[in-house]
Ligand binder design. Structure first.
Ligand code: UTP
Length: 297
């Protein structure tokens, strides 16, 4: 068996982001900022820091802002340089990706995460690859979350980032049935998409980072759309697991925020602000003032 190094990262960004409407009517959800950095930039930096070399974005209608964000902005950079705004210039330049390392494919219709991943099949080819969801933000980790998965994946198996979630939240996630946790990892027996709490096999939820074997494309091909017309990645992984490809859950370090929902993006923004020497006192003071004003009403 030839073991391939994981070199390619797939970023599915073709979703509609309906939970954030109306802001996502004209702005891609993945461009929502956590203070001054858009969600997509966090995961791209995570992938590059982990040593992934080829970035594949699965985009859709109205997502052009993402391509522009990672491009060189010649006039802006020249203007910042002429005005001596060198610190901001460095931040802007940091967004430009190395020429030739990014590819963009259109998912013509948002037919689900599984369909978006399947759209990458020709660019991925026959090698294992990473998938990173921009709306799952992991901050304050010891190392890039996807690097924690890369460290633990073995052979041709699949790895998935997981975390424990409250019982009442299991129906928002893919949930693992698994053997006892051993340190950072657990071995999965099954994975179910958005179970009812009373039917969930555990509270171990999948959180938007995957290392997948290219065999997944065959399983995605065979998936039937759900009643909402979507192809689920979780269901394809479940079929692959049943056929004997092992699946490892990795309890990644760091704090994870579900930025596909409003509460997650607010919490992530506060978390970052409280770690920023200039913003932290303003946040603390504002909360004190707003809180006492509320009570006075
Ligand atoms: P979500 O499940 O959060 O869906 O997608 P969504 O459409 O973006 O958001 P809501 O639920 O309507 O608010 C998780 C990730 O998968 C991508 C999304 O862009 C997001 O990064 N995705 C989802 C696709 O690339 N294509 C799809 O068809 C669906």
């Amino acid at each position: 068996m030839t073991l391939h190094k994981v070199r390619k990262a797939v970023f599915p960004i073709g979703g509609l982001g309906t939970r954030f409407l109306p802001v996502t009517k004209a702005l891609p959800k993945e461009m929502l900022p956590v203070i001054d950095k858009p969600l997509i930039q966090f995961v791209v930096e995570e992938a590059l820091e982990a040593g992934l070399e080829e970035l594949i974005f699965i985009t859709g209608r109205g997502k052009e802002a993402i391509e522009n964000h990672f491009d060189t902005a010649f006039e802006l950079e020249r203007m910042l340089y002429d005005r001596g705004k060198l610190r901001v210039l460095a931040d802007v330049k940091q967004c430009s990706l190395e020429p030739g390392c990014a590819s963009y494919i259109r998912q013509q219709e948002p037919k689900g995460l599984g369909h978006a991943v399947w759209c990458a099949r020709h660019l991925v080819g026959n090698e294992p690859f990473a998938v990173l969801l921009a709306d799952e933000l992991i901050l304050g980790a010891k190392m890039p979350a996807i690097a924690e998965l890369l460290q633990t994946c073995e052979g041709e198996g699949n790895s998935i980032a997981v975390t424990e979630v409250p019982y009442e939240h299991v129906s928002r996630y893919g949930i693992l049935a698994h053997a006892a946790r051993q340190g950072m990892i657990c071995t999965a027996h099954d994975i179910v998409e958005k179970p009812k709490p009373e039917e969930a096999p555990s509270q171990t939820a999948v959180i938007g980072r995957y290392i997948l074997s290219p065999r997944i494309f065959g399983y995605l091909e065979q998936q039937k759309p759900t009643s909402s017309g979507e192809i689920q990645l979780t269901n394809a992984i479940a079929c692959m697991l049943k056929d004997g490809t092992p699946l490892t859950g990795v309890y990644v370090s760091g704090r994870r925020f579900d930025c596909g929902a409003r509460d997650g993006i607010v919490a992530a923004t506060l978390f970052r602000a409280l770690q920023d020497a200039a913003l932290a006192p303003i946040v603390r003071e504002s909360i004190k003032v707003f809180d006492s004003n509320e009570r006075a009403l």
